[in-house]
Design a protein around this ligand. Structure first.
Ligand code: MF3
Ligand code: CO
Length: 264
C-alpha cells in the first residue's frame, strides 16, 4: 500500500531530512586519505543520537552500522570497518538514514577521496544529474516510468550502466514503503504519482556494465566487472502542482539547479 502524507507529516519528514543533510555533510567533510570508514560511521551515529534521532540502518535486517561506506566498485551496502583505510584516488558512496519523531529520512552521495581521475568525477556528476533529471519528473499526475526513464537516459547517454537489481522506494514511517522506484523504465508507464507521496529516488550508476554480485560479508553489492560505481539519493515529497520538494536537501530551489535543466 502506498501511504500519502499530509502537510503536517511532510513537515516532520522535512525536519528528519534536514538533520540527515547535516549528518551527511559532516561525514563528507571528514573524508580524506588515511581515514577509516569505521570513524565515519562513529561520527554519523553520534551526530544522529545527539540530535535525538535514531540511526535507521543499525540493526535493519541485522545491518551492523549506521552508515554504508561503499568504495569504488562497491555499489551499495559497504560495511564500515576499522581495517578499511581510505586511499586517495578512490570514490566513496556514503548512504545514511535516520528516524526523527517517528519519521524516516534516507539519503546518499558519492564523494572523492583526495584527488580523483577526471573519469571518476564525471561518473559522480552524471549520477547526480541523473537524480535531478528523475526527481524533476516526480510530479502529481506523472508516473514512476517518467522518473525511471529520465534517470536512465542521462546515465546511458553518458555511456554508463544503470544498476537494475536495486531500486529506490517509498518512505515515511517505514524506511522501505511501496512503491519500488526503478531507475529505468518507459515514460507514462507504471504507478501514477500523486501529491503527498514521499519517495527515496536513488540512482546507482556503473561506469560500465550494470550487473552486480554480492560480496562475501552478506551485505556489500559489487559491480561484476569491477567498474566504478556511484550512488546519489534523496528523500523527496511530491507537491500538488509544482516540482517536488527535496526533503534531504534543505534550501534547494529548482530554479538555481542546473543539474536538472530540461536541456539535459
Ligand atoms: N539507502 C539504503 C536503502 O534504501 C539503505 C539500506 S542499508 C540497510 O535501502 F542496512 F539499512 F539495509
Ligand atoms: Co534508500
Amino acid at each position: 500500500m502506498i501511504t500519502v502524507k499530509n502537510s503536517e507529516q511532510i513537515a516532520c519528514m522535512r525536519r528528519a531530512g534536514a538533520l540527515l543533510y547535516e549528518v551527511l555533510q559532516a561525514v563528507a567533510r571528514e573524508v580524506k586519505p588515511g581515514v577509516t570508514t569505521a570513524s565515519l560511521d562513529r561520527l554519523a551515529e553520534a551526530m544522529i543520537r545527539d540530535h535525538g534521532a535514531i540511526p535507521s540502518f543499525l540493526g535493519y535486517d541485522g545491518y551492523p552500522a549506521s552508515l554504508c561506506t561503499s568504495v569504488d566498485s562497491c555499489v551499495i551496502h559497504g560495511i564500515p570497518s576499522e581495517g578499511q583505510i581510505l586511499r586517495g584516488g578512490s570514490i566513496l558512496s556514503l548512504d545514511c538514514g535516520l528516524i526523527l519523531d517517528g519519521w524516516q529520512a534516507d539519503s546518499a552521495l558519492t564523494v572523492p577521496v583526495g584527488e580523483i581521475p577526471l573519469a571518476a568525477r564525471r561518473l559522480i556528476e552524471t549520477t547526480e544529474r541523473a537524480f535531478f533529471a528523475g526527481a524533476r519528473k516526480a510530479l502529481n499526475g506523472n508516473t514512476l516510468g517518467d522518473i525511471g526513464s529520465a534517470v536512465q537516459s542521462v546515465a546511458e547517454s553518458a555511456g554508463y550502466g544503470v544498476i537494475r537489481d536495486y531500486t529506490g522506494h517509498g518512505i515515511g514511517r517505514d524506511m522501505h514503503e511501496e512503491p519500488s522506484v526503478y531507475n529505468f523504465g518507459l515514460p507514462g508507464h507504471g504507478q501514477r504519482l500523486c501529491a503527498g507521496m514521499t519517495l527515496a529516488i536513488e540512482p546507482m550508476i556503473s561506469q560500465d556494465d550494470w550487473h552486480t554480485d554480492e560480496g562475501n560479508d552478506g551485505w556489500a553489492v559489487l559491480t561484476r566487472d569491477g567498474a566504478l560505481s556511484a550512488h546519489y539519493e534523496h528523500t523527496i515529497a511530491i507537491t500538488e502542482d509544482g516540482l517536488p520538494e527535496i526533503l534531504t536537501l534543505p534550501g534547494h530551489h529548482w530554479e538555481e539547479d542546473t543539474h536538472g535543466a530540461d536541456s539535459l
